[in-house]
Ligand binder design. Structure first.
Ligand code: AMP
Length: 276
């Protein structure tokens, strides 16, 4: 097969001439990842995909041990989508010690950061390490993880990484559910309810956009959305309208305003977002 599989940091000296695109993933790849790889491969001479289930972004009670792992099918998907190189290091390779961390203050503290303490320190640290190892000209991420995009954008600015970040639209199942490696956890009954998460966001967004609503009318719509999800069986961690740059909650629509949500169905935690 044409795909080059690298497992060690030392193998990365120097990988290629021309532009290098990096698509960081935790494996268990689906059509959302495929799209990132396809775009990276079309825009860069060399497309590198990393497959690494990063332990430092999981909390102690989270699903690190049972996170789906599927190397052979991931390799096939990478090759079909146009990747040239796959980097799949062991935990020991990435973390011989765990002594240095990157923390992006402010933007990483609310929402996912509040519900998953330490999560974004793990994300920022592993992504910074991947940037150093692979030295990409462009790196590709999905808007699906909206706060993650904002955190990484801030990190790249603050630490002067010389690369372009590209953020791509969320790929969805035909019924609207955002594709996610964690969707495989959903039991049949919960899977049937799951599309309501995005449908509720879309409906709230349409209602907010329709009229020039005042702050209290917007709050009312957000609360009705939370109630609707709760009465359908979701445990809602948060549903809010936020400023896209710093993720602060906003009372009035601004340029780029986003609705973000995280909710649990049984043991599965789902996140999604949509523009207002
Ligand atoms: P993960 O493997 O879940 O860490 O995701 C790796 C990258 O793929 C991240 O940049 C995600 O935002 C992105 N991604 C995950 N799901 C989707 C999706 N449904 N559509 C587009 N990008 C996605």
């Amino acid at each position: 097969m044409g795909l080059k599989i690298l497992r060690h940091v030392r193998d990365f000296s120097p990988i290629a001439a021309g532009t290098v695109g990096l698509v960081p993933t935790m494996g268990a790849l689906h059509a959302g990842h495929s799209e990132l790889i396809r775009v990276a491969a079309s825009e860069c001479e060399t497309c590198v995909v990393s497959l690494f289930v990063n332990p430092t972004q999981f909390g102690p009670q989270e699903d690190f041990a049972r996170y789906p792992r599927s190397e052979p099918s991931d390799f096939r998907l990478c090759e079909e989508a146009g990747a040239d190189v796959v980097f799949c290091p062991s935990t020991e390779e990435m973390y011989p010690r765990k002594t240095t961390w990157i923390r992006v203050e402010g933007v990483s503290e609310r929402w996912e950061g509040a519900h998953r303490p330490g999560h974004f320190d793990g994300v920022a640290t592993v992504v910074a390490k991947l940037f150093h190892i692979v030295q990409p000209d462009r790196a590709y991420f999905g808007w699906k993880d909206f706060q993650q995009c904002a955190v990484l954008k801030r990190m790249v600015e603050d630490l002067n990484f010389r690369l372009d970040l590209r953020f791509l639209a969320t790929v969805r199942e035909p019924d609207g559910l955002a594709m996610s490696s964690r969707n495989t956890y959903l039991e049949a009954g919960d899977r049937a309810i799951a599309p309501l998460l995005f449908a509720t966001l879309q409906e709230a967004s349409a209602r907010i956009r329709k009229d020039q609503l005042n702050a209290s009318a917007i709050q009312q719509i957000l609360q009705e959305s939370r109630d609707r999800l709760a009465s359908s069986g979701f445990d809602v961690d948060y549903l809010a309208m936020v400023d896209p740059a710093d993720l602060s909650p906003i009372a009035q629509v601004c340029e780029g305003a986003r609705l973000i949500v995280a909710a649990r169905l049984g043991l599965t935690r789902l996140i999604d977002n949509c523009p207002v």
